[in-house]
Write a protein that binds this ligand. Structure first.
Ligand code: SF4
Length: 422
């Protein structure tokens, strides 16, 4: 007998809800008892309770690379509190997928490689039947000193899985696109989900927005790596498709609910921003703010990281959005590998220009993520002049973000000393 315990951490809530939805709606696992736990102490209590019923708890974790040291410490606490109990700890998410060996070394029994919607129900069924987890595709485990793997899980069809946990009534941003056709060298998305788009169909979007409305959700948001890419197979932008998407979502959401598009977590690529696209957002949606991904003010660095747009695209997008009455937040990553003094000067000039024009800078420090082309690079070092500018902009309300924390986290992962950069 098996049960599922999901360790809810704030940042992984959505991923775990989607996995819970997959388990709830798979006929093979719909009957499996599931419980959520928040924090190591609660998790220990739940594992003990489930083990006492004679079931083998499969404990699901999901996390990003930035949380990995914290998660590893939590797992050690949970292991200590459940010694002697036969729980199976399985790690999913971008970090486990990109670095299964490191994840197993931290104490997990299994690391999920690739998307988890098929893997988790199949694992629960295997444990219930007494089969070895290695019979399930998409897992890695240790055998003695060796790491064995059953390969990478096949990409899921978004229409075949719920974007939430319907039976539990747990909803979040509705995922409309997975994967990304760009391959920015710092980003895990294309390497984790493949470098092509998989869009949820319009009918599936309709069905799940209607479900959100039935649950009386106040807001409907979308999750996508590039909002204006929905409906396009490649790098283009199909505004007929976008209008159909937004009109359908508005119809199902009704006038009482707020609809968000182009704001977190569905930002806009700068070259897609146009007067017509912004007019569609204005017509159908409720957000007064949009997020534009820029990442750098250096043409050289934009080309180097494979962004697929230039600095002028950013200027134009921000101006158009501002003229259309939106508050604009612009994403930047600082301390990128190979960043030169000239690159930094170009970026600072763009920051000043955008901030003077009323935009807000959303600042990130570069963190080398496993599975990306820049995984072996050192963590981002924000140079003093750029750091001081960000502080000044933040004091005027023109910059926000976690750049200082990210810089510390990058270095606390053992790749350097943050004092060198400040
Ligand atoms: S940063 Fe955005 S555009 Fe670039 S690969 Fe990642 S998801 Fe795609």
């Amino acid at each position: 007998m098996v049960s599922l315990v999901l360790h809810y951490r704030r940042i992984a809530r959505l991923a775990l809800d989607v996995l819970l939805g997959a388990v709830e709606t798979d006929p093979a696992t719909a009957h499996v008892p599931v419980e959520r736990a928040e924090g190591p102490d609660a998790l220990v209590a739940v594992i003990r309770r489930h083990a006492a019923t004679g079931r083998r708890p499969v404990v699901g974790w999901s996390f990003y690379s930035a949380s990995f040291p914290e998660v590893a410490a939590e797992l050690a606490r949970v292991r200590a509190g459940t010694a002697g109990l036969d729980a199976l700890h399985v790690a999913g998410g971008p970090h486990a997928s990109a670095d299964p060996e490191g994840t197993l070394a931290a104490g997990f029994d299994l690391a999920a490689i690739g998307e988890g919607e098929a893997t988790l129900p199949a694992l629960l069924a295997a444990v219930a039947e007494g089969r070895a987890p290695g019979t399930v595709p998409g897992l890695a485990w240790r055998e003695g000193d060796r790491v064995r793997t059953s390969g990478r899980a096949a990409p899921v069809d978004l229409d075949a899985v719920p974007p939430c946990a319907p039976r539990a009534g747990r909803i979040g941003p509705l995922e409309i696109t997975r994967g990304c056709v760009w391959a920015c060298r710092f980003c895990q998305t294309p390497f984790l989900f493949r470098a092509r788009f998989r869009h949820r169909s319009l009918e599936s979007v309709r069905r799940w927005v209607r479900f959100h409305a039935r649950l009386d959700a106040r807001d409907v948001r979308f999750l996508t790596p590039s909002a204006l890419s929905w409906g396009s197979p490649g790098a283009g932008c199909d505004l007929e498709a976008i209008e159909a998407l937004l009109a359908t979502a508005r119809e199902e959401a009704g006038p009482a609910r707020r609809l968000f598009f182009g704001s977190f977590p569905s930002e806009l690529r700068p070259e897609h921003v146009s007067e017509r696209a912004l007019a569609l957002v204005r017509r159908y949606c409720d957000n007064d703010a949009v997020i534009v991904g820029a990442q750098s003010g250096s043409e050289r660095l934009l080309a180097e990281m494979g962004r697929g747009h230039g600095v002028e695209d950013v200027r134009r997008a921000v101006a158009l959005a501002r003229d259309a009455g939106f508050t604009v937040s612009v994403d930047f990553v600082f301390g990128l590998p190979g960043e030169t003094g000239d690159d930094r000067a170009d970026t600072r000039a763009l920051l000043r220009e955008l901030a003077d024009g009323g935009a807000r800078v959303h600042a990130h420090a570069f963190m080398p993520l496993p599975g990306t082309p820049w995984e072996a690079a050192g963590p981002g070092r924000i140079d003093p002049e750029t750091g001081a500018l960000l502080d000044r902009l933040a004091s005027r309300g023109r910059a926000h973000g976690q750049w200082k924390r990210q810089q510390r986290l990058g270095f606390s992962a053992g790749k350097g000393d943050p004092s060198e950069s400040l």
